[in-house]
Design a protein around this ligand. Structure first.
Ligand code: TYD
Length: 195
């Protein structure tokens, strides 16, 4: 099975993926985690770009969307192995939904993002961790270009629009780590491990 965690910078995706990995592994489910950007050469190029203040410009966002799509493809075969095995669990910190929500500007349509990510497997479950951008900003200490209030406000709204999809569930991330973790497990148990 394949689960993607999404949400704006600072919502706690990596903390929760760590805890989920340990928990499901201890229950005998072979669990693996992955994250985007990856450690591939394309992923490293992306990380450099994310420090560049021009990255929010239209042309740079177009370029980033293509780089993210290429970087994502480096994980495609691994994802497929897990997705079609009901006894295994793959947890991913971000996928192409990040491109839809972050690389969203007047020159880039979601349709184009879907097209360039057409070959990427879709998750069985998409968990959107939701938090007000002010609280999220206080929780992240990074120096990446997208970590600014106005940008994250728009990005959060874009995430909430994804809730129209059947595989998407919102989990509120305002509580403490234990409360949020409990809620995520409840969603996963209901959607994936019931019966
Ligand atoms: P992030 O999850 O913050 O990684 P880390 O904590 O390791 O630095 O991701 C880096 C940034 O990349 C984040 O601001 C979101 C952005 N991003 C996009 O803009 N588009 C994408 O498709 C992806 C995967 C990430």
């Amino acid at each position: 099975m394949y689960v993607v965690l999404e949400g704006i910078d600072g919502v706690g995706k990596s903390t929760h993926i760590n805890l989920l990995e340990k928990f499901y592994d201890s229950k005998g489910i072979k669990t693996k985690r992955m994250a985007e950007p990856t450690d591939s050469p394309v992923g490293q190029l992306i990380r450099q770009e994310l420090k560049n203040e021009n990255s929010v410009n239209e042309t740079n966002q177009q370029m980033l969307a293509l780089l993210f799509a290429a970087d994502r493809l480096t994980q495609k075969d691994e994802i497929l192995k897990y997705k079609h095995n009901p006894d295994n669990l793959l947890l991913s910190d971000r996928s192409f939904y990040s491109s839809i929500c972050y690389q969203n500007s007047y020159s880039i349509t979601p349709k184009w993002i879907y097209q360039i990510n057409q070959q990427i497997p879709r998750p069985d479950l998409l968990i959107i961790l939701d938090l007000n951008e002010k609280v999220a900003m206080e929780r992240c200490q990074g120096d990446e270009v997208f970590e600014n209030l106005q940008f994250l406000r728009r990005t959060r709204q874009n995430y909430l629009k994804l809730l129209r999809y059947n595989n998407a569930v919102k989990v509120s991330a305002y509580g403490n780590v234990n409360q949020v973790q409990k809620e995520i497990r409840k969603v996963m148990d209901n959607r994936l491990f019931k019966g």
